[in-house]
Ligand binder design. Structure first.
Ligand code: FAD
Length: 506
């Protein structure tokens, strides 16, 4: 489904009546709302009729309550928009109301020190700002995404996954309390102890049960520096074995990810410029020869006085791994620079006009028992000639995911995140063009389906409820029950295309 309709339609939200019957401290805009019809995927463009720029939670509650009171006869729907970094219009709503969550920014980031420190933040806050505030107290959240210019509410509605998830779980595992506005306009505080069903529902809930307005996130002591390490493998089994061994170890590395390097002759050297080879002579002799390579990426955090101890620990840990010995690359950077690493790439791409282009990304969670078959067919076949953006791969432990949240994982103790982060060259009809890359994604999905690999999509995208039912599997009934409890008219986040207003939920 694609819409290029960016004409405002005022039949559903009329400026006069809406403004009159609603008393908000923030304001609505009815024109120049094109930003709300854009997202990172840059493929779907649905123009809302109005954008609410809320000043506080009550503005959001009043707006949703207003739509709720219009009853099932109205087609009006509402979507929270974080930083608009969705891929397929999930935060958009054609002719409805978008809530610009970022206008809540900067309100009361409160850090609580103590034995179990936490931060209370507005859900429209960017993670990068949360980090900077916490660092003032020598603290930081434990679990991250690779890119920090995303909102707290946006990633908690999905999961929030990065290389720390193997030991801390995803971001949704590190939340103590939420303030939520339901689809009836009620403001509810929830946690594991209080209104637990709503709490678990909204975590990974794709915006279906309420708008998260505030979140309380667990913190830990922040290190000052990280050792950042990359090593290469040419054999997938050895690479996967090492990754799996590392995620089973306590207190080994703090971050574990990986990259698949496909169809790059020579270019493999690109990232080495910012890393120092352990053995420059041997490293300079290493040539990829177009082979598919697997790069293991690790960090170990430290404070400057611990450097000797940390170096020793790293040497000992690396000696247990089976990477190609000449390909050990290490660098040392401030913790904040490591966490904000993708922003540098963003600025470069923006300066070349390469950020606001279509991004046909595909993110999958693949069970451990199927990862070898997946690698053989996808990296060795379907993607063999492709090179249109990074391909990430790293395993996580199921035990770090709370099954009570809305998030669905594959049913195995270990599963891998595989992220195909393609970018499409606008107007190209070749192998770097949108249609070609979408067809590759479809080939991967068809293969997973055909071979019953038990794969789950992350940042899932489906167009029919049948597909959503299959995605949630045994969790569908709980998901649908929560929808009828907290957003019975299906007002919220219609851009996910799970429920439709006016169509029975169960
Ligand atoms: P939006 O795209 O604005 O919203 C996403 C969905 O959540 C929409 O349905 C929206 O209606 C809903 N929503 C937004 N705010 C709220 C709220 N407060 N309450 C309820 N519902 C809400 N993800 C990872 O897990 N790990 C990564 O490493 C990672 N890296 C990324 C790197 C880049 C460059 C990009 C573009 C995305 C990355 N993502 C990653 C994906 C990211 O987590 C999702 O795209 C997320 O949706 C983006 O957050 P956002 O704040 O832009 O949310």
């Amino acid at each position: 489904m694609r819409s290029m309709d960016i004409r405002p339609c005022s039949s559903l939200v009329q400026e006069g009546p809406l403004m009159k019957s609603l008393s908000v401290e923030g304001h609505f805009t009815f024109d120049r709302n094109e930003f709300a019809a854009m997202d990172f995927g840059n493929r779907f463009h649905f123009l809302p009729s109005a954008v609410l720029h809320p000043k506080n939670t009550l503005d959001i509650a009043a707006t949703i309550r207003h739509v709720w009171e219009m009853g099932p006869g109205s087609e009006l729907t509402v979507a929270a928009r974080g930083h608009g970094h969705s891929l397929q219009g999930q935060a958009q709503v054609l002719h409805g109301i978008v809530i610009n969550m970022e206008s809540l920014n900067g309100k009361e980031v409160q850090v609580y020190r103590g034995r179990l420190p936490y931060v209370d933040v507005s859900a429209g806050e960017l993670w990068i700002n949360v980090l900077h505030e916490c660092l003032k107290y020598g603290l930081a959240p434990k679990s991250w995404t690779d890119y920090l210019h995303l909102t707290v509410g946006g990633t908690l509605s999905n999961a929030g996954i990065s290389g720390q998830a193997f030991q801390h779980g995803p971001q949704i595992q590190n939340v103590q309390q939420l303030e939520v506005v339901t689809g009836k306009g009620e403001v509810i505080i929830c946690s594991k102890e209080k209104n637990a069903d709503l709490f678990h529902g909204v975590l990974g809930g794709l915006g279906q049960f309420g708008v998260i307005t505030r979140a309380r996130i667990s913190l830990e002591r922040a290190p000052k520096m990280v050792k950042w390490i990359r090593v290469l493998y040419s054999d997938f089994s050895t690479f996967a074995e090492d990754q799996e061994q590392l995620i089973s170890m306590e207190n080994a590395f703090d971050y574990i990810e990986g990259l698949v390097i496909i169809n790059k002759t020579g270019l493999v050297n690109n990232w080495r410029s910012s890393f120092n080879p352990e053995d420059p002579v041997q490293a300079s002799k290493f040539i990829s020869e177009g082979r598919t390579l697997f790069c293991l990426e690790l960090t170990k955090s430290f404070n400057p006085h611990e450097i000797m101890k940390v170096d020793k620990e790293i040497r000992s840990l690396l000696s247990q791994l089976s990477y190609i010995r000449s390909t050990l690359f290490v660098t040392e950077v401030p913790y904040v620079e490591f966490l904000d690493r993708v922003h540098g790439a963003e600025l470069k791409l923006r300066s070349k006009g390469l950020w606001d282009i279509p991004h046909p990304w595909l993110n999958l969670l693949v069970p451990k028992s199927k990862i070898h078959r997946f690698s053989e067919v996808v990296f060795g076949g379907i993607l063999r000639d492709t090179n249109n953006g990074p391909v990430l791969i790293y395993p996580m432990n199921q035990s770090k995911w709370d099954n009570r949240t809305s998030f669905v994982t594959p049913e195995e103790d270990i599963f891998y995140l595989i992220a195909f982060l393609h970018h499409a060259v606008p107007s190209s009809t070749g192998s770097d063009g949108l249609q070609y890359l979408l067809s590759l994604n479809n080939k991967v999905l068809d293969f997973c389906e055909r071979e019953h690999l038990g794969v789950k999509q992350y940042l899932p995208y489906y167009t029919t409820q049948e597909e959503w039912r299959a995605h949630f599997g045994p969790k569908w009934e709980v998901f649908a029950r929560r929808k009828s409890a907290y957003d019975p008219l299906a007002i919220l986040a219609s851009g996910q295309r799970i429920f439709q207003k006016g169509v029975s939920i169960l």
